[in-house]
Design a protein around this ligand. Structure first.
Ligand code: KIV
Ligand code: NA
Length: 264
């Protein structure tokens, strides 16, 4: 069995098939999601929060994301792995962005990169695509710009919706193979989706996109407070807390380890 490629992703849109994307940051969860049939795994810069404990994605570095991305590639067999270019690794110049994207592919085995922004990053997208690196765009609520937005709020309402559509078309023309639409009104996401021949991947963008993405810790109920657009498919946080409490109790009470856990 081979990996999912950008050609499979393009074919899915042509057939009108929707597909799921999840984030992953380590080998074990990558294997679980891969075996569950998730075709695309994103090593998001959301690792800043869910792995490293920062309070936004702004501080995380390429050096911090590279080992996580390599682990996700090693843990998966079938999924296409997308590496998220962190804040400060591609904005300064085409050369800087190309160097960062190249490091991701060479040092981790990832199959594509993602970056945030529209027209302002078109030269970077063109250079990466020309160099043989598939690029996923990201528009709407782009968390690396939280300090410009003044918080995490819905983007693309009114006039700025036209700007977003224009940005999406520019990304497609530059050779991007897909574009994430984060936290935008459902009707705008629908309009972008029908205006593009590349797939849209929605998060908080309603049901009209070609694909969906969620941060796995949000989806699995590990994060207590999440945005309205998150559906919790499990209560892994409660389950894990309960397991830790039982383990602690049994160690303190002397019932773990039992004879069957010991070597005789
Ligand atoms: O970093 C991330 O997890 C993301 C997705 C939410 C799209 O960019
Ligand atoms: Na991200």
């Amino acid at each position: 069995s081979r990996r999912i490629t950008v050609r499979d992703i393009a074919a899915a849109k042509a057939r009108g098939e929707k597909w799921p994307m999840l984030t992953a940051y380590d080998a074990l969860t990558a294997r679980i999601f891969d075996e569950a049939g998730i075709p695309v795994l994103l090593v998001g810069d959301s690792a800043a929060m869910v792995v490293y404990g920062y309070d936004s994605t702004v501080p995380v570095t390429l050096d911090e994301l590279i080992p996580l991305t390599a682990a996700v590639v090693r843990g998966s067999k079938r999924a296409m792995v997308v590496a998220d270019l962190p804040f400060g690794s591609y904005q300064a110049s085409v050369e800087q962005g190309l160097a960062a994207a190249t490091r991701f592919l060479k040092e981790t085995g990832a199959h594509a990169v993602k970056l945030e922004g529209g027209r302002r990053v078109i030269p970077q997208v063109e250079a990466m695509v020309a160099a043989g690196i598939p690029v996923m765009g990201h528009l709407g609520l782009t968390p690396q710009s939280v300090n410009v937005f003044g918080g995490y709020r819905v983007q693309g309402r009114g006039e700025s919706g036209e700007q977003l559509l224009h940005d999406a078309k520019a990304l497609e023309a530059a050779g991007a193979f897909a574009v994430v639409l984060e936290c935008v009104p459902e009707d705008l996401a629908q309009r972008v989706t029908s205006s593009l021949s590349i797939p849209t991947v929605g998060i908080g963008a309603g049901s009209g996109t070609d694909a969906q993405v969620l941060v796995w810790q949000d989806m699995a109920g590990l994060v207590p407070h999440t945005a309205k657009f998150v559906k919790k498919y499990a209560a892994v946080g409660d389950l894990l807390g309960q397991a830790a409490r039982e383990y602690a109790e049994e160690v303190v009470g002397g019932s773990f380890p039992a004879p069957e856990h010991s070597y005789h």
